[in-house]
Ligand binder design. Structure first.
Ligand code: IVH
Length: 681
């Protein structure tokens, strides 16, 4: 019999887990990192294993997923959508335990040959069942509680990677299962957009905690127009109902079939022989994890032979032939020790949380960005709070949420300083902008340091040996006030600096000399013009050929450069209108910085020079990027929205409001054939 204390704990855990499961599955707004939820879940599971009489039918352990959301039609799955057992042991033993269990179940002896597995990534998104009838996508459903999910067909249709139609040779009834997810770059872009909307005063907008939540929110959006704006991706990894049944010999063959029918299948899928191969896969993927374009929370091992899978069968709702082997969590709870404000190269003030060191996403994190004032307010982060910190990939760690009910009530609300914490100049926030900026420009030591480091970096002027510590010293000693001062450094001045020997000083001077021989794109990029990255710098150099032409270009002329839009054009124009910026350029040239100037691209000769074209909808054979490249190669400018200045609109399937606008304005509309004709005219 369980003691009253254990009984009480089980009830409390059920209560807690119900609450958090609701936040996670129904509201898409979790308050706890997954790892914490899992811990509570396992604690309850263990109590129930020891004291089965405490296992109530409504216990969260008795359910796979969440309740379907009101507002969606319900879909009863023809075959239940299962979950897989999780090995949380992050060491190699996870794979060995699984292999041991499989061999025991199959009654194998030690001398028997090793088992063949397929190792796959465990994508961190949400499971979807796609139903095709006679090769046409007729329904897409979430997992829900595993038996009944939600009909989200409208939203899934907006995902470009999900085929709407399959080749003729597929079975008349085919259900494909896989994961809908959001790429990390798409997630960052989406949250950036959300932050801007919030800054502009939009109500009912929020940022998303992580890509999985953003994906779940998009899939379960009642308004498909909003879902369409949230870029989602898809990987297929299995099947639901298939009639007549397909006769695959192995899991791997079934994945190849999915691929041949046009489904995205991860190329990081691997056939493994025996547990040591699985261990090696787990380790290799663990190393690659940060560099992947999407989140994974582990790897999945599956017995490759379908015949063996059948023999192994299921325990409760989990197949015995598959297991998920997790990686360390990318979200953790820690305490905010303070909030400091950092000044960036463009003067942007960023609030940063100083944290009790915490191991997350494979590294120890002590700082996490809070982005801007509105974000701190909205999340209501205060010193002393317990917060969820996320670190995934190369993205800088961020505070995603406060853990509620752990607030120290005396904690003070954060306010942004009205003066730059580095130089004391006024910090201002422009109307409609999310950020405060220091108005000190290169008078501000922080901005000067960042500007010099940016100029010196490998991809710009490539001044070897000019690192952060040295730049700090040079700026603080007031030896360098503007970029050209770098080329005026002398041996005596350098040697006078602390910790600077004659040899290193000599080397630095040589490297500075070497850096003077550069290219126009490197130089342009190094100037640190807002919105001008490496790619734009290259485009500008190619288009104009000469620096003076860029410096004197009007906004209209800048807009003729492929990929340069109004914001970027305005920024370049404003930069070169400032006398002090022109002065810096002149002085750098006078110091001997030089490059080979080129000829302007001869766009006048191209068939579509001076024409503006807008693309909308899906073309039958060309991707959007291919169509854009074709148009640009022919000299056209590809714009994002239709206006009176648009010369042509190229429309494909499911073209939306842009097509309506074109008709309204009388802009000629072309299909793909028309586009091909136009560019070859
Ligand atoms: S197989 C019977 N393979 O992990 C096996 N699942 O509990 C059914 N997941 O939410 C799942 N990557 O959406 C499988 N390569 C993969 C997966 C994967 C992610 C998710 C799945 C489900 C959970 C399994």
């Amino acid at each position: 019999m369980a003691s009253p204390k254990v009984e009480e704990r089980a009830a409390a855990l059920r209560e807690l887990l119900h609450h958090h499961a609701h936040r996670y599955y129904v509201l898409d707004e979790p308050e706890l990192p997954d790892a914490e939820y899992d811990k509570l879940f396992r604690e309850l599971q263990e109590i129930e294993d020891k004291h089965p009489e405490l296992r109530t039918p409504d216990s969260p352990t008795q359910r796979v997923g969440g309740k379907p959301l009101e507002g969606f039609a319900k879909v009863r799955h023809k075959l239940p959508m299962l979950s897989i057992r999780t090995e949380t042991d992050i060491e190699a033993s996870g794979a060995r335990n699984f292999d041991g269990r499989v061999r025991r179940e199959l009654g194998l002896k030690e001398a028997d040959p090793p088992i063949e597995y397929v190792a796959e990534l465990k994508f961190d998104g949400l499971a979807i069942n796609l139903r095709y009838e006679d090769g046409v996508l007729v329904q897409a459903a979430t997992r829900g509680d595993g038996e009944v999910g939600e009909d989200v067909t409208h939203n899934i249709r907006t995902i470009g990677q999900v085929p709407l139609r399959l080749p003729a040779d597929v079975p008349p009834v085919l259900e494909v299962r896989g994961e809908v997810y959001m790429r990390r770059d798409d997630f960052e872009k989406l949250n950036e957009l959300q932050r801007e909307k919030i800054a502009r005063g939009a109500k009912n907008e929020k940022t998303f905690v992580n890509p999985r939540n953003a994906a779940a929110g998009a899939v379960r959006q009642l308004d498909p127009a909003i879902a369409r704006q949230r870029p989602l991706s898809f990987f297929a990894y299995g099947f639901g109902e298939v009639a007549p049944a397909l006769d695959f010999g192995t899991q791997y063959e079934s994945l190849l079939a999915l691929k041949s029918w046009g489904f995205p299948v991860s190329d990081r899928t691997q056939v493994c022989t025996g547990p040591e191969d699985l261990v090696a896969y787990h380790q290799a993927v663990g190393k690659e994890r940060d560099g992947l374009p999407f989140d994974i929370d582990g790897v999945v091992y599956k017995v490759n032979s379908i015949a063996l899978q059948r023999q192994l069968g299921f325990v409760s709702r989990e197949p015995r032939w598959a297991v998920a082997h997790k990686f360390p969590a990318q979200e953790q709870v820690t305490t905010v020790l303070g909030i400091e404000v950092y000044v960036g190269r463009t003067g942007k003030l960023t609030p940063v949380a100083k944290l009790e060191p915490v191991f997350v996403g494979g590294v120890t994190v002590t700082n996490a960005t809070l982005h801007n004032e509105d974000e701190v307010r909205r999340k209501d982060v205060r010193v002393g709070d317990q917060v969820i910190v996320r670190r995934a990939g190369d993205v800088i760690p961020e505070v995603v949420a406060v853990v509620p009910d752990k607030r120290h009530h005396e904690a003070r609300l954060f306010t942004m300083p009205k003066k730059c914490p580095v130089c004391g100049s006024a910090a201002v926030r422009e109307e409609g902008e999310a950020d405060y900026r220091c108005t000190g420009g290169l008078f501000c030591g922080a901005q000067r340091k960042q500007a010099i480091l940016h100029f010196a970096q490998r991809r710009a002027m490539d001044i070897e040996g000019l690192g952060e510590k040295l730049v700090d010293q040079l700026v603080e000693a007031n030896v360098i006030k503007t970029l050209p001062d770098l080329y005026r450094l002398g041996l005596a001045g350098l040697v006078a600096l602390e910790r600077m020997g004659e040899k290193s000083a000599q080397n630095l001077l040589e490297n500075l000399e070497k850096s003077k021989d550069t290219t126009l794109p490197r130089f342009l990029y190094g100037l640190g013009i807002r919105h001008v990255g490496e790619a734009t710098a290259k485009d500008l150099a190619k288009h104009f050929g000469k620096l003076d032409a860029i410096m004197d270009a009007s906004v209209e002329q800048l807009l003729e450069v492929p990929d340069v839009g109004p914001v970027v054009a305005e920024s370049i124009h404003t930069f070169f209108q400032q006398p002090h910026n022109r002065e810096v350029v002149e002085q750098l040239r006078a110091c001997g910085v030089k490059w080979q100037e080129g000829e302007p691209a001869r766009r006048e000769a191209l068939p579509l020079a001076g024409k503006t074209v807008v693309l909308t909808g899906t073309l039958p054979t060309l991707t959007r990027d291919e169509a854009k490249d074709m148009l640009e190669a022919a000299g056209a400018k590809v714009a994002g929205s239709v206006s009176k200045k648009t010369d042509y609109v190229v429309a494909g399937a499911e073209a939306g409001s842009k097509l309506d606008k074109a008709r309204e304005l009388g802009v000629p509309v072309l299909d793909e054939a028309g586009l091909r004709k136009l560019v070859s005219s």
